[in-house]
Design a protein around this ligand. Structure first.
Ligand code: PLP
Length: 371
């Protein structure tokens, strides 16, 4: 039996639903859930003792597993409660000044753009490009200049499914002296993310989508040497934090400097486990997701449906154009098929343990209900 066949048995939702909604929230597979439950049960039984055990190495055993997934050193990985928090740290941690520009685009999830709107008060200009899907990178890059300090984009777009050529973007960003921030919540766990190969400065993700972990898990990659002085301080941002001395603050140099207070340990233990599983099996997981999205597109087109996602630039998300996608998604749910209305249609997001037969069931039903 292949890994994905075994793993499917560990995802209880598959017994009840045709679940094609991983770009919204993934069901937590049992081995990943187990990590959180084990920890919480230990706390229930032993109070602070398991916390101390887990925290002894400043969570480096977890940072290491998360870092490995994206080819980052453990001391560049910080835990964050959600993607929005991480992007805010970067927005307010970079030393931006009047006249500086941030380039982003109109197809982003608001978590990527809104944090920068607060900077408008400092007369920092937010340039929002309206890109064409096939020419996304070129459209974005045509708006950068020497004034650009940061390009903020998603690796995979939540409402079109397009996967960007991050290397191309970061190269051009560098040529004007700009940093690149990539929201990888729709790619990490679904397709290769390699921060060194991409040559990016920041990457941010919550763990509850393709990484199949609890809400409240999440991580941020900050390249070494950047944002050494974070925008907020808390008790855990001090290198002597276990002295509990309220007058003596010594700024932490490691990734804990962004973790201002207690992190969600139970959620991030699960996230680290998931990163470990995905790293170990990525040679099967990533191509399988690609093959399933290829199949979604092929089968949808054979049924006469229009697909918005470009065939050659995608990861796990496919948008099928429909009228009234909200109502359609509601009616699909009545048939125990879970998708989301996004963009100009319904979004199908297949994880590696989904089956072609499930895709067929969903698309046959979409075709019936959409006409
Ligand atoms: C691209 C992208 N970024 C961020 C988020 C969610 O942000 P957060 O983790 O802050 O809730 C989503 C959720 O759909 C998303 O698609």
């Amino acid at each position: 039996m292949k890994f994905h066949e075994d793993f499917r048995n560990l995802v209880p939702v598959t017994k009840e639903y045709v679940y094609l909604n991983h770009a919204a929230i993934s069901p937590i597979p049992l081995p990943i859930l187990y990590e959180s439950l084990r920890y919480l049960l230990d706390i229930s039984r032993y109070g602070s003792l398991p916390v101390n055990d887990e925290e002894n190495d400043d969570f480096y055993h977890l940072r290491e597993k998360v870092g490995k997934l994206i080819n980052a050193e453990p001391d560049t990985i910080s835990f964050i409660p959600n993607t929005s928090f991480g992007i805010n740290i970067i927005a307010h941690g970079l030393d931006l000044n009047e006249g500086d520009e941030i380039v982003t685009d109109s197809l982003e999830f608001p978590a990527v753009t809104y944090p920068f709107f607060k900077l408008k008060k400092k007369n920092i200009k937010i340039v929002i490009v309206k890109p064409r899907l096939e020419n996304f990178e070129d459209d974005l890059l045509s708006s950068i200049s020497k004034k650009t300090r940061l390009i903020a984009i998603s690796h995979v777009s939540f409402n079109t499914g397009v996967k960007l050529d991050i290397k191309k973007i970061s190269k051009e960003a560098k040529s004007v002296g700009a940093y690149t921030l990539v929201d990888i919540i729709q790619s990490a766990g679904a397709t290769e993310v390699n921060v060194k190969d991409f040559d990016i400065d920041f990457a941010v993700a919550g763990g509850y989508k393709w990484l199949m972990s609890p809400q409240g898990s999440g991580f941020m990659y900050v390249k070494k040497g950047l944002i050494e002085d974070p925008p907020f301080y808390g008790w855990r941002s001090s290198s002597n934090y276990l002295d509990f001395n309220s007058e003596n603050f010594m700024l932490e140099k490691g990734p804990r400097r962004f973790e201002i207070g207690t992190i969600d340990v139970a959620a991030n233990i699960a996230l680290a486990k998931s990163c470990e599983i995905v790293s170990q099996h990525k040679d099967e997981i990533y191509p399988r997701i690609q093959n399933l999205t290829d199949f979604v597109i092929k089968y949808a087109e054979e049924q006469g449906l229009e697909v918005i996602t470009p065939k050659n630039k995608k990861a796990g998300i496919v948008i099928i154009k429909t009228n009234n996608p909200k109502e359609l998604s509601r009616r699909l749910l009545e048939k125990k098929i879970v998708v989301s209305p996004r963009g100009n249609g319904v979004r199908i997001s297949t994880h590696f343990y989904n089956l072609e037969d499930e895709v067929k069931i969903a698309i046959d039903e979409i075709r019936k209900l959409a006409f």
